[in-house]
Design a protein around this ligand. Sequence first.
Ligand SMILES: Nc1ncnc2c1ncn2[C@@H]1O[C@H](COP(=O)(O)OP(=O)(O)OP(=O)(O)O)[C@@H](O)[C@H]1O
Ligand SMILES: [Mg+2]
Length: 343
Amino acid sequence: MSENILLSTPQTPLLSVDDVKKWYPVRQSMFASLIQPDKRFVKAIDGVSIQLKKQEIIGLVGESGSGKSTLGELVTLLQTPTEGTITFDGADISSLHGDALKQFRKRVQVIFQDPYATLNQRFTIYRTVVEPLIIHGVRDKGERTRRVKLALTRSGLKPEDDLLNAYPHNLSGGQRQRVSIARAIVLEPDLVVADEPVSMLDVSVRSGILNLLAELRDTIGLTIIFISHDLSTVQNLCDRIAVMYLGRIVEIGPVKQVIERAFHPYTRALLEAVPLVDPDVKRERTNIDSEPPSAIDLPPGCRFSSRCPFVTPECLIAEPELVEMAPGHYVRCIHPRHEPIWY
Ligand SMILES: Nc1ncnc2c1ncn2[C@@H]1O[C@H](COP(=O)(O)OP(=O)(O)OP(=O)(O)O)[C@@H](O)[C@H]1O
Ligand SMILES: [Mg+2]
């Protein structure tokens, strides 16, 4: 049975990623290719299946290099998969062209980590937010202004004249990220991929941005893929969490389940890295080595085996399948942990 069937939700999914791979060929010197004649690949995404229903917020977490951004780029067609299929609203996105592709570009948007780098510093806020409307052929000037103002209001910014005429450098980091969000929602998309949208912001403004994303799910019906390397950021926002390790999902489930009852030693290690507020709460320590192996030379069997404190010879034989441990909660581990993390 395909993993996607295992992960299916009763409602028709808005997005379906089915056994997708993205491998980048490694460029080798002539000398290296004589020693190692086989073509080598960075396996950025190495067999991922996931389905999202409308208005769902899914958190994609994992260490640097686990493939989170690559997955985001694949579902927004900034990259094309090496293998596998991505379906959006019933259509295979690799087959889209002409008007259908334009519609897809309208319906799927991205919010990046660094609003300073992604906003054109020479554009006013009005020009920044109106641009997608111009690209997508909204000709009426009055209509464009109305929609820019609505997007800014929805993003928690007061669209008064001085804001419309301001430049990114006139704004705070939090306000700049709200402008990026306004730009992403001005076309009223269905799906937004938010790639670490708060990690460069001051801690004091982070929760405002997270609350805004939650509100937008309700007000304009957004479905959100929220990428973060930090589990504590996603826990109040997301419905489900998918934990990625070296290009694969190793655990996925409802947020409360994954946070309170993580089965995979890797998820547990990520959770244990989150600072505790209550000094009386004690928890287990799953010590893992600091560096993951390279996405070129993966270990045999379970790809976490080289860092797992619970590894057994069995773990090195074959990569485990995702197994459903509780309703909707899947784990890719043959020796899942059952003891509580907090005690
Ligand atoms: N264009 C590319 N060419 C070659 N390798 C790439 C390319 N893009 C990404 N990779 C590699 O693919 C793997 C996954 O990268 P990706 O950026 O998706 O990870 P990430 O989880 O988003 O990490 P981070 O938390 O650092 O943003 C890494 O090993 C990365 O070096
Ligand atoms: Mg990334």
